[in-house]
Design a protein around this ligand. Structure first.
Ligand code: T3D
Length: 275
């Protein structure tokens, strides 16, 4: 059973992104609860560093992300004085996106290990699309998702324009983005935006159990699976088959494949180690 007390803290408890390790799972907690864990420049920098560190650490075989307090993440901190201003003195949001949101979305998509997101409360704006960019998303029954952008005169970012239609289809993506209406966790599951709704009190334990299960799998193959599925969206069938052949060819030469086949033949559990 998951218990935060069993995890080893890596960051200080008051870090903007708390980092801990339990077994092979690196746990990241967005930690600005008073501002509903909205993104500041500093929190972005800590999150980037935490994801980079997890990606570079061979002891990490899965990442779990959640939020402290009652929210998951309310998107960009609209009060952050660090928000960039252009030469004309007006907000330079393109610069904010290039510096923070684009690297974040791409980092998630290129993680060498699976990323499980435990959405513990409201996820709004870039906070919602950050969650949708993770590999498997569980949400507490009381959680909700809001494409809040249209309410402040913006478009979905942090990969939202790419993710939403792919996950939910154009009709639902467009309606969610145009209205900015709040979507319950149950409807998010029904729309295919997330994997599963779980009861509030079970969220952290179930997300950790899932991350632990994934960590025991051949994570190199899992990362290649994500890559092939994402790439297939813009490939012809023939090109997707060529990519499958290339990736399968690489994985076929891996220690994990040899171990998986040997474990099957010897009727024992496999012990995967590749990263
Ligand atoms: O640089 C750029 O701008 C470009 C990037 C854009 C990416 C984006 O994410 S744009 C979208 C930004 N996010 C939003 O527009 C969401 C704003 N927040 C809300 O709509 C609501 O707070 C929620 C629906 C998320 C939750 O509502 P509720 O009623 O549960 O809580 P609340 O009372 O509104 O908020 C509680 C506190 O959190 C409050 O502070 P206070 O009054 O107690 O001192 C509120 O101001 C603060 N808070 C909530 N969201 C943000 C925030 N502070 C700063 N930035 C926020 N995004």
């Amino acid at each position: 059973m998951f218990d935060l007390l069993d995890s080893t803290p890596i960051s200080s408890p008051d870090a903007l992104v708390r980092i801990a390790q339990q077994g092979a799972v690196r746990m990241l907690t967005l930690n600005r609860p008073d501002a509903l864990n909205s993104f500041t420049q500093d929190m972005h920098a800590e999150l980037r560093a935490a994801l980079d560190a997890a990606a570079g650490d061979t002891d990490v075989r899965a990442v779990m992300i959640t939020g402290a307090g009652r929210a998951f993440c309310a998107g960009q901190d609209l009060k952050d004085p660090g928000m960039a201003a252009g030469a004309d003195g007006k907000p330079d949001i393109a610069a904010v996106i290039e510096k923070n949101y684009r690297p974040l979305a791409l980092r998630l998509q290129s993680m060498p290990v699976p990323v499980v997101c435990a959405v513990n409360g409201v996820a709004a704006g870039a906070g919602a699309n950050f969650a949708f960019g993770c590999d498997i998303v569980l949400a507490a029954r009381s959680a909700s998702f809001i494409q809040a952008f249209s309410k402040i005169g913006l478009i979905p970012d942090c990969g939202g324009t790419w993710l939403l239609p792919r996950l939910a289809g154009r009709a639902r993506a467009l309606a969610l983005a145009l209205t900015g209406d709040k979507l319950s966790a149950a409807d998010a599951e029904r729309f295919g935006l997330i994997w599963q709704v779980v009861e509030d009190g079970d969220l952290q334990a179930q997300a950790f159990a899932l991350a632990t299960r994934l960590a025991a799998q051949p994570v190199k193959a899992l990362a290649a699976t994500r890559h092939a599925l994402d790439a297939s969206q813009s490939l012809t069938l023939d090109d997707a088959l060529a990519l499958e052949a290339r990736l399968q060819g690489e994985l076929g030469r891996s220690n994990d494949f040899a171990e998986g086949v040997a474990a099957f033949q010897q009727k024992r559990p496999a012990h995967f180690k590749d990263r």
